[in-house]
Design a protein around this ligand. Structure first.
Ligand code: GRF
Length: 240
């Protein structure tokens, strides 16, 4: 069973909470974007996507957004003189849509210090490994090379440390004897599609925050990442 939403203080049947405006940044297929869109459509995620931005003009995920009627913008990083210029343009575009949360979903650009500071506490990323294991690229290959028996995906707040921000939620998958990069990537991607909408939901419900270097979930500091298979234990606080 999934955690139930915590009622907002001033929420009444005549005054339902407004969906959280989020912006999603992609570079590729957009399967995580699709999972987020589906969760919104199924009413399990109280959010609305105000814009999808891709740095890759050919990202298939742009079509996923367009089919759902979501505004898209392309900011091709190759068109900018340097990282700072790209980041500044990205920030201007994002801020023109007033998102309350920025969701990196397969966004393959490293973001600079000023950008990360601007969105600190309101930017999430998904990484295909059980962080802190296997940061950077080629995580499935790294896991196979290391010979570990378990792999997975992590949702974390974005900080200045690359793939090093505090981890909120993780899902584990086994590594099977005949796995290759493709079979393992498919297994991990499947759980990514479960955990990303769930973490965004916690944020949208006001249950999840990041302040002064600490993750707070339901008003308590989170000392270790929530394991997805235990999320039925992560209940919202009782209504006050
Ligand atoms: C996912 O594995 C995500 O964890 C990683 O890039 C991939 C993006 O997949 N950062 P998609 O574009 O959401 O299908």
């Amino acid at each position: 069973m999934m955690p139930q939403p915590a009622p907002e203080k001033n929420e009444t049947p005549d005054n339902p909470p407004q969906p959280l405006p989020i912006a999603v940044l992609i570079s590729g297929n957009g399967s995580n974007l699709h999972a987020i869109i589906k969760a919104i459509q199924n009413q399990t995620l109280p959010a609305r996507i105000c814009v999808v931005i891709s740095n890759n003009p050919h990202a298939p995920g742009l079509h996923v957004a367009q089919q759902a009627g979501i505004p898209t913008r392309i900011l091709d990083h190759q068109a900018y003189a340097d990282r700072a210029a790209f980041d500044a343009a990205l920030q201007d575009t994002l801020d023109s849509f007033n998102p309350e949360l920025v969701v990196l979903a397969g966004f393959m650009r490293i973001l600079g210090t000023a950008f990360v500071t601007h969105y600190e506490g309101r930017m999430l990323n998904i990484h295909p490994s059980l962080l802190p294991a296997f940061t950077g690229l080629h995580t499935h290959q790294q896991a196979l090379d290391k010979g570990v028996t378990e792999h997975g995906a992590s949702i974390h707040f974005v900080t200045h440390a690359l793939d090093g921000g505090p981890v909120i939620l993780q899902a584990r998958v086994p590594i099977l004897p005949h796995d290759n990069i493709k079979t393992l990537a498919q297994r991990v991607l499947k759980v990514e599609h479960d955990i990303y909408p769930l973490a965004i939901r916690w944020f949208a419900e006001g249950r999840l925050r990041f302040a002064q270097g600490k993750i707070m979930l339901d008003g308590m500091p989170l000392s270790q990442p929530v394991d997805y298979k235990h999320t039925h234990h992560v209940q919202p606080p009782p209504p006050s």
